[in-house]
Design a protein around this ligand. Structure first.
Ligand SMILES: Cc1cc2nc3c(=O)[nH]c(=O)nc-3n(C[C@H](O)[C@H](O)[C@H](O)COP(=O)(O)O)c2cc1C
Length: 275
């Protein structure tokens, strides 16, 4: 594994200072600096007790106002898993992932507490959905980092929200509970690689926001292509082949097609008000 300094320099291109000696050898942080997504796994199962420990570690993450508006759904019923795999067939790695869990936003418990206590719920607006979503995202991240520190490989799955209604039905989700993301995980069959990120100069702001210039983003495109060029280009039928294809072109092409335009309707039907 690379040192924290080398990994961060490689990832960001502009990390150029020494790492504080108090953390330089810290194994968890070394792993975090070098981490990467994993979509290829060995068949060997992860022990249930390890999965449950990782869930407990993940749920130890911070939660807004200690409200705990997020849950984890372990999907280990083969029939339910099979239905989810079929729904998500557009991503062929998912059925091969030995384990699958779903991170849920859960604003239902909070509302139940109001019902039980007779104390009125005065926050039936966008914040209820937002807080539960953020809490679920925090737990997703904590689970991934804990699992990676345990030697597992993981890949989050937002395409689960392309089928939010069907998945909610399969998992028996009641009102005000919704899927935020799935996660496929298992023992990795190959090492992950460090994905280059936008430079820190563009993403760490100090006191006042500054826009990233086009030059900075294009320079990131070139640096990233020098490390790990895109193997294929999106939507060549619509946009043709670009000789300079990079991250920004890929992201622009990705969002030139509507994705989950009906998600707001689904969230509304789960009982949330979005204004
Ligand atoms: C919320 C979330 C949703 C994601 N959804 C998917 C997905 O549906 N399919 C997939 O293959 N990867 C998915 N990913 C993985 C990202 O593509 C991956 O993290 C990203 O390319 C950066 O790579 P890295 O994690 O190796 O740095 C998702 C990641 C996050 C955080």
């Amino acid at each position: 594994m690379k040192s924290i300094k080398d990994a961060l320099a490689h990832r960001f291109g502009d990390f150029d200072h020494a790492v504080d000696p108090r953390i330089a050898e810290q194994p968890f942080l070394q792993g975090l600096a070098s981490r990467g997504v994993c979509r290829r796994f060995r068949e060997e199962a992860v022990p249930t007790t390890l999965i449950e420990t990782l869930a407990a570690l993940a749920l130890s993450a911070p939660t807004k106002s200690d409200m705990q508006q997020r849950d984890i759904m372990i999907v280990d019923d083969p029939a339910i898993r099979g239905r989810i795999d079929t729904l998500l067939a557009e991503q062929d790695w998912i059925p091969q992932a030995p384990h699958f869990i779903v991170f849920l936003g859960n604003n239902r418990r909070q509302r139940q507490i109001h019902d039980w206590t007779g104390i009125p719920f005065a926050n039936d607006h966008l914040d209820a959905f937002f807080n539960a979503s953020v809490d679920a995202g925090i737990v997703l991240s904590a689970f991934v980092l804990a699992a990676e520190a345990a030697g597992l490989g993981c890949c989050p799955v937002s395409v689960i929200r392309n089928h939010a209604e069907e998945v909610s039905g399969l998992l028996g989700l009641p009102g005000h509970v919704f899927p935020v993301a799935g996660l496929g995980f298992g023992w990795p069959s190959a090492p992950s690689h460090i994905s280059a990120r936008l430079p820190l100069s563009a993403t760490v702001h100090r006191n006042r926001f500054t826009d990233a210039t086009r030059e900075v983003v294009e320079s990131y495109d070139r640096r990233r292509n020098g490390i790990f060029p895109f193997r294929s280009q999106r939507n060549v039928a619509r946009f043709g082949t670009s000789p300079t294809y990079g991250w920004s072109e890929d992201k622009a092409r990705q969002y030139a097609e509507p994705e989950r335009a009906d998600f707001g309707k689904f969230v509304n039907e789960r009982g949330f008000k979005l204004i």
